[in-house]
Each structure stands twice: as C-alpha cells, then as structure tokens.
Design a protein around this ligand. Structure first.
Ligand code: DX5
Ligand code: ZN
Length: 219
C-alpha cells in the first residue's frame, strides 16, 4: 500500500482545532488519527465524543480512532455513528470473547477493523485474529502520551508481524503508532508497515505541512 501518514490530533492545538484540521486536509496526510484515552486503560485522559465530532465536521480525509479505553465494545457503535472509517481496540483491554465481539461489531458497521498491541505484548498473540481483522496497530511507545521516545524493539516486531500476516495469508496492514519520525519511517515501511501515526513529528514543527511531507517522502 502507498505510505499513509496519520497525524495524531492529540498533538493539535485545541484552541485552534479547526485550523489544525484544515492544515491536515491540505497536507500530504492520508488520515486523521484520534487518540481516545479514558484514564483507566492508560494513565492519561485525552478527549471523547464532542472533540471527535468537531474533528469529523471538518475532516476531509478518513478518521482512524484508536481506543485506549477499557470495555471498548460499549462504544464501537458511537464511533461508527460519528463517521470514523477505521477503528482500533486494544488486545489488552479484552478477553478472547470480548475481542471477537469487538471485531464483529466493527465488521457489522463496515469499519476498518483494527487491533492494537502494547510494546510488551508479543505479536504472536494476534495469530488467531489475523484473518478476521484489517489492520494491526503496533505501539512504538507505551500508550498514554505523545512525544515519547521510540522503543527500538518495535522495529523487529513489525518484521515478525509482517511475516505472520504473510504466513496466515491474511489481508491485513500494519500501522505503527508512537515515536514515528523521518529517522525510522522508511525502515518500518520496508519491513511491512503501511500506516504511520505522527503526533509530535507532525505538530511540534513550526511548519507542520512540511513536516508531514517530509514523513511521507522520507527514505
Ligand atoms: C500514544 C498515542 C499516539 C501518540 C503519538 O498513546 O496512541 O498516537 O499520540 O504521538 P507521537 O508521534 O508524538 O509519539
Ligand atoms: Zn494512537
């Protein structure tokens, strides 16, 4: 797949959210990434439905919501109703029955079906689900905050996962979330990742349009 950059709106300026959404619309980004945190699954609280709705009203590109929350099955319908195109729930937030329930709820609503794994979760746990889902979100940092240092072991994990996906003959892409930069994006892509979330790499630049273009083109 062509490289997709998904700016994480958690790093946007919430006093100028409309401006920052329009910037993403004009940029080389492919998607909007929405980081929803509940203060329970992760230590931080980010934003919920009102902010996602405000973004949805301006976003001219697909929205990808990443649920860092407990009991994600309770909220899938509401994210679908907001118009998100891709949705991911955390493997660690579900038992097998609940994860299958989430996958079915997302599938029934026509969403791109994603499962995210934390840095300490081995890729192998996803083997039973690879043929049921559309993408895996590999966390490159401990979820909860943007601007953290990339965990180097993530790179090898992406390679392992890409081989597992090929071995399972699954139709599944890999999204890397956390610590993505122009320094690691090309190697992650070479190993099999296709979607790259960028928080600080996009928004902490004085020229986010140029920063997103640099991520899109980095070799
Ligand atoms: C981490 C979030 C990420 C994060 C990315 O909990 O899921 O999307 O905001 O931010 P950077 O790119 O700064 O690591
Ligand atoms: Zn995220």
């Amino acid at each position: 797949m062509p490289r997709v950059i998904a700016p994480s709106m958690l790093s946007a300026d919430f006093g100028n959210l409309d401006r920052d959404c329009r910037m993403v619309n004009r940029s080389a980004a492919g998607w909007f990434h929405l980081d929803v945190m509940d203060g329970v699954f992760v230590p931080n609280i980010s934003f919920g439905f009102p902010v996602c709705k405000a973004i949805a009203e301006v976003a001219a590109k697909p929205m990808d919501a990443h649920l860092m929350i407990i009991e994600p099955w309770r909220y899938i319908e509401r994210f679908a109703a907001l118009g998100v195109r891709y949705l991911s729930v955390h493997y660690e937030a579900c038992n097998d029955r609940r994860l299958r329930e989430c996958i079915k709820l997302m599938r029934d609503r026509g969403l791109g079906v994603g499962v995210a794994i934390n840095p300490e979760t081995p890729a192998e746990v996803l083997i039973p689900y690879l043929r049921l889902i559309d993408f895996v979100v590999v966390m490159g940092v401990h979820p909860g905050y943007s601007g953290q240092a990339y965990i180097p072991e993530t790179t090898e994990k992406v390679g392992v996962l890409a081989e597992m996906i090929a071995g399972a003959e699954a139709d599944c892409f890999i999204e890397v979330d956390g610590g993505v930069s122009t320094a690691n994006i090309a190697e992650l892509e070479r190993l099999g990742a296709g979607v790259f979330v960028a928080g600080s790499a996009a928004f902490s630049s004085a020229d986010p349009i140029a920063a997103i273009k640099a991520l899109k083109e980095a070799k």
